[in-house]
Design a protein around this ligand. Structure first.
Ligand code: HEC
Length: 137
């Protein structure tokens, strides 16, 4: 997919509209879920993929995020994590990933990952929807 600066706000709007429609029916529509994942993929492309390849066979600056949901932090074989990450004992789930996206170095002082500050709940929802697809759900 070709990514433009304009794509994110547009996709985000489309997805949040779909989300609100879905929420009104208590269950998000399939179209809503698809739009959330698509918006999340664009965000991942722009904010994360430069360091996190989503192909574990590719060498990257950050650890692969395939299967990250449910994984204990700092446990991917062969990646040189910071001590802070390796010793954190954190398990990556929706709550810990939200805290991480919002303020990773505040959440985990000493991490080697450069600060990202994604504190918008909807943007976090999009990224989570995409990260879930990397974890097989
Ligand atoms: C500038 C490079 C860079 C960017 C951009 C970046 N990361 Fe990271 N990320 C890293 C590094 C390096 C680590 C390992 C940190 C450590 O060991 O302290 C890491 C670790 C992580 C981890 C922990 C993984 C594990 O195996 O425990 C998660 C989750 C994560 N990043 C998510 C993200 C998300 C989501 C984004 C985009 C919003 C992002 N990162 C953007 C470099 C980056």
């Amino acid at each position: 997919m070709r990514v433009t600066k304009f794509a994110v706000p547009f996709m985000a709007l489309a997805a949040s509209l779909a989300f609100n429609v879905g929420a009104a029916n208590a269950e998000m529509t399939d179209a809503g879920k698809k739009a959330m994942r698509a918006a999340g993929e664009i965000m991942f492309e722009q904010r994360c993929r430069s360091c996190h390849a989503d192909d574990p066979a590719r060498k990257a600056y950050g650890p692969s995020l395939i299967g990250v949901l449910g994984r204990t932090a700092g446990t991917l074989e062969g990646f040189a994590y910071s001590d802070a990450m390796r010793n954190s004992g954190i398990v990556w789930n929706e709550n810990t990933l939200r805290a991480w996206m919002a303020d990773n170095d505040g959440f985990m002082p000493g991490t080697r990952m450069r600060h990202v500050g994604i504190d918008d709940r909807a943007e976090q929802d999009f990224l989570l929807a995409y990260l879930k697809t990397l974890s097989g759900n």
